[in-house]
Design a protein around this ligand. Structure first.
Ligand SMILES: Nc1ncnc2c1ncn2[C@@H]1O[C@H](COP(=O)(O)OP(=O)(O)OP(=O)(O)O)[C@@H](O)[C@H]1O
Length: 890
């Protein structure tokens, strides 16, 4: 600044010097002044330079954008050439012990012929050859990841991806996914690559991390410690929800925003500690569940990405095992069975996807339900099949390879000729080379941008104060942002700036001693407030963590998890409802955990409008605080290596219905819905009435009558019965079966006449809706208040009921005469009713129903009185000490 001032005042200074320095004449002074005037203005030059550099940065950024677009397209082509579903095979090397066991003979039945062919020697000079996208035998973790990397990179372009490790227990799935300290596996490398890629990109990304396991068919959040003792608080139960667009949401799953590799890694390590492992015959630390890591990526300002939010699933599947071999029993057996079942369901889904079948059986397991929106055409799937090199594992190896081959062969369809394959491989190589070139160029340009950024910063300092622009502003405008932050427009709503209606009431604060506030991830579209409401607090018996069909409220959970000191409660991390379509449920801590954000007025000013490093550091603390919060939980140590001890995992209560039963129920439900929809179009039929009530099993349908025994009934066919059987009961139902069994097809359901005459009996019989009985029975059954169901629209019902009441009144008059003739008359009138108008039979049914209802009401009144009496006497307990009420009190 001093130098600037001195140059500006140089002219005057020289003038003032004139009087002192006689040798300086006026011509000299003039010329000096001219020189000074012609000197460029310092400020101006700095500003010019600044804008010049700025322009250069802008043009280089545009250049990077173009390169990115090219790279994206090339990557897309590359992955398409490689296939959406790819299968790799990894053969585990023999361990030292195994080598010693085999006396160094190296009898390995699995031989890798080349990078894509595997030979399985079956003995007796027989062998089988398998072809995969890649075969790894004795490969390093690096080698494997280099093949996986393109898929990971495509994730930042907006593709969903799924990477599975599949195989027999003990073949190295966890080793491939998790790796060891010195040789990290796919998961840590993926996280690293994603962050690096995000850094290289000129977009801002929001990355969130979640981790769960599917244990015995139940979902468990691995970022929330499970209850280990009966007194421990329950973590929230996870349930799978499907949104109208078909997206999958896992209710209550914790997603934590991570802003660098280390944060994500910490969370991953934390989750690994909580995974269910146990010692089995095959593996001393066998994973007894499917471990699933979800990394969601959101980018708001990149329209060229395929979607705003996408995700990658990294799945370490439980090992398939043969019970005969593992000799598992009890819990281990259940675990093995659950794993095998879900693996088979996964195989079916992938197979159906490959075959492009119309029905994809996602619902057959929790695993496939969770992955529903991440498998399929729009996503990249990579299956790493692991096999053992041991001869004794040959059976399992064959199973695993057949599973993989099933997936693989279907994808490729007819056998690929050598020529085609060579062409494909050449094209792949070509594309890979181009991508590499682009990446190199991009790196080079990025270097230039960094140099210019540095220059820009220097020039900015030379500008007058008022013209100096915040570096953060510049970087957001001109250069790729290197922080993983919300973009400017988004920040306003994040963190503490939560709408008022989302904040807790004083009452709730008093109750829970913590402030419940839902974090908001800024989104344009917001869901209705009703969807943000916390889940209902249901009782969870015996503190079992396996009741996925129940859920506990977040508030209860949060309180439970942090049932410590009040200070800790105040600091408790909250579960926020996600308000986005993208199922990003972030964990945001209260403001008091972020002193640097609120205490500094400058930061306050920046918040919501500018990027700030402090904000970043706050994010870092979120992960740390989350981990600190749970560090004290039983048997958890973030720094400790993976727990190899056998976990004492409580067995879930066996309350889930088998799939088949559930599906059958669904089937019935659908059938009923369809039937009721059809009913809307026409008046209710007796069959409808039976259809609805048959499920109540009060009356079971009889065996179906053969066609030749039945004649279609119209008015003219009905004859007067001579006395009827008078048995007073319906034809005996031979079996109590489901309605669906009786009416398999729609035609059968509607095509059979409603009322039919049955001729093969001694007495005239009438068949109504598959039930045989004498017309007299109808009357008798009415008098006995046998229940027939009524399935009709309410308006129709009312109309019918009125008619029925009129008829019934007439009947009652007959009853008053109390003579046999009156009974006969009534019977006749019933029969006449049956002959004249079929609908009137329905009315009678309705009447029966109403009578029954009245009876039921009477019974209910008696029951109520009895219960009151028992309560009064203290013989009855309403169960207020039940967990449910306890939960409500909380
Ligand atoms: N490629 C490999 N190189 C060196 N060691 C390996 C390799 N693969 C597996 N191992 C070792 O084999 C053992 C079993 O591996 P791991 O636990 O990963 O199997 P798994 O398939 O995950 O088993 P499970 O399904 O029972 O969990 C571990 O001790 C692991 O270190």
């Amino acid at each position: 600044m001093t130098s600037k001032k001195s140059i500006r005042n140089l002219g005057e200074t020289i003038h003032s010097l004139l009087g002192f320095k006689s040798p300086l004449n006026s011509t000299w002074v003039k010329s000096v002044c001219e020189i000074i005037k012609s000197l460029p203005d310092e400020d101006e030059s700095a500003a010019n330079e600044f804008s010049k550099i700025k322009e250069q940065v802008v043009s280089l950024t545009q250049c990077i954008n173009q390169l990115n677009t090219q790279r994206r397209q090339l990557l897309h082509d590359l992955l398409n050439l490689k296939g959406n579903i790819r299968v790799f095979c990894r053969v585990r090397p023999l361990t030292l012990a195994e080598n010693i066991g085999s006396l160094g003979l190296g009898l390995e039945p699995v031989v890798a012929l080349d990078t894509s062919n595997l030979l399985l020697e079956l003995g007796n000079n027989k062998s089988k050859r398998y072809t995969f996208d890649k075969v790894f035998h004795g490969s390093s973790q690096d080698g494997i990841f280099s093949e996986v990397e393109p898929v990971i990179k495509s994730v930042l372009d907006g593709y969903n991806a799924c990477i599975f490790a599949y195989g027999q227990t003990g073949t190295g799935k966890t080793f491939t996914m998790e790796g060891a300290l010195e040789s990290p596996g796919i998961v840590p490398r993926t996280i690293e690559t994603l962050f690096k890629q995000a850094e290289d990109s000129n977009h801002t990304f929001l990355i969130t991390f979640s981790m769960l396991e599917i244990y015995l068919g139940n979902l468990r959040d691995l970022l929330v410690p499970q209850a280990m003792r009966s007194t421990d608080p329950l973590p929230p139960c996870l349930s799978i929800q499907t949104d109208p667009k078909g997206g999958i949401r896992i209710e209550n799953l914790v997603s934590i925003q991570v802003s660098d590799f280390n944060q994500a890694l910490k969370l991953y390590r934390f989750g690994c500690q909580l995974r269910s492992t146990a010692s089995t015959n095959s593996n001393s630390a066998s994973s007894r569940s499917h471990c699933m890591i979800r990394i969601s990526i959101t980018c708001f300002d990149a329209p060229e990405r395929r979607q705003e939010t996408n995700k990658i699933w990294l799945v370490d599947l439980g090992g398939s095992e043969r019970v005969v071999k593992t000799k598992a029993w009890g819990r281990r057996l259940d675990e093995g069975r659950a794993i095998n079942l879900s693996l088979s369901a996964l195989g079916d889904v992938i197979h159906a996807l490959q075959r492009r079948k119309r029905h994809i059986p996602y619902r057959n397991s929790k695993l496939t339900q969770v992955l529903k929106d991440s498998l399929g055409d729009e996503s990249r799937t990579l299956m790493l099949v692991h096999v053992s090199p041991k001869e004794e594992d040959l059976c399992e190896t064959i199973c695993s390879l057949n599973f993989a081959a099933r997936v693989k062969s279907v994808q490729l369809g007819p056998e690929e000729s050598n020529e085609v394959r060579n062409q494909r491989e050449a094209a792949i190589k070509n594309l890979q080379q181009k991508i590499e070139e682009i990446e190199d160029e991009r790196q080079h340009i990025r270097g230039k941008i960094q140099t210019l950024n540095h220059k820009l910063e220097q020039t900015r300092k030379r500008l007058p104060l008022e013209e100096q622009v915040e570096p953060s502003d510049l970087s957001s405008e001109l250069v790729p942002p290197f922080e993983l932050e919300f973009s400017k427009s988004r920040k306003g709503n994040s963190g503490s700036e939560v709408p008022r209606f989302m904040r807790s009431t004083i009452c709730s604060r008093t109750k829970t001693t913590m402030e419940h506030r839902t974090s908001l991830q800024s989104r344009r579209k917001r869901r209705p407030a009703s969807q943000r409401a916390g889940s209902v607090n249901f009782p969870v018996k015996n503190h079992s963590e396996f009741n996925s069909d129940r859920s506990i409220s977040r508030s209860t959970c949060a309180v439970g998890l942090n049932r410590k000191t009040s200070v800790e409660l105040d600091n408790a991390t909250e579960y926020s409802q996600d308000i986005s379509e993208c199922d990003v449920k972030m964990v945001v801590l209260p403001d008091r955990d972020m002193p640097q954000m609120t205490s500094n007025p400058r930061n306050m000013e920046k918040r919501g409008s500018r990027k700030s490093n402090k904000c970043n550091s706050t994010k870092a603390s979120k992960v740390d605080q989350w981990l600190t919060l749970h560090k004290d939980e039983p048997s958890i140590s973030v720094s400790a290596p993976r727990n190899k001890m056998v976990l004492d995992i409580p067995l879930p209560e066996k309350k889930h219905r088998p799939n088949g039963e559930k599906m059958q129920r669904n089937g019935n439900k659908k059938q009923k819905q369809a039937a009721s929809q059809r009913v809307e179009d026409k008046p209710p039929t007796l069959k409808d009435l039976f259809a609805e009530e048959s499920s109540s099993s009060l009356i079971c349908p009889p065996e179906s009558t053969t066609g030749d025994q039945i004649d279609s009934l119209d008015g003219s066919l009905i004859e007067d019965s001579q006395g009827g059987s008078g048995s007073g009961s319906l034809s005996p139902p031979d079996s109590c079966c489901d309605e669906s069994e009786n009416f398999d097809t729609e035609e059968e359901f509607y095509g059979t006449p409603m009322v039919q005459a049955v001729e093969d009996t001694d007495h005239p019989m009438i068949k109504i809706g598959g039930y045989r009985f004498s017309p007299l029975d109808l009357d008798h059954s009415i008098n006995n208040s046998r229940v027939f169901g009524v399935s009709a629209q309410e308006s129709e019902r009312k109309r019918y009921r009125k008619q029925a009441m009129d008829t019934e009144l007439g009947g009652n008059e007959d009853m008053d005469t109390s003579s046999q003739s009156s009974t006969e008359n009534r019977s006749k009138s019933r029969r006449a009713l049956l002959i004249d108008d079929l609908k009137q039979k329905d009315l009678e049914m309705t009447l029966v129903k109403s009578q029954e209802t009245a009876k039921k009401e009477g019974a209910w009144f008696i029951q109520k009185s009895l219960a009151s009496a028992l309560l009064g006497l203290g013989f009855l307990d309403l169960g207020f000490n039940h967990d449910f009420f306890y939960g409500l009190i909380l």
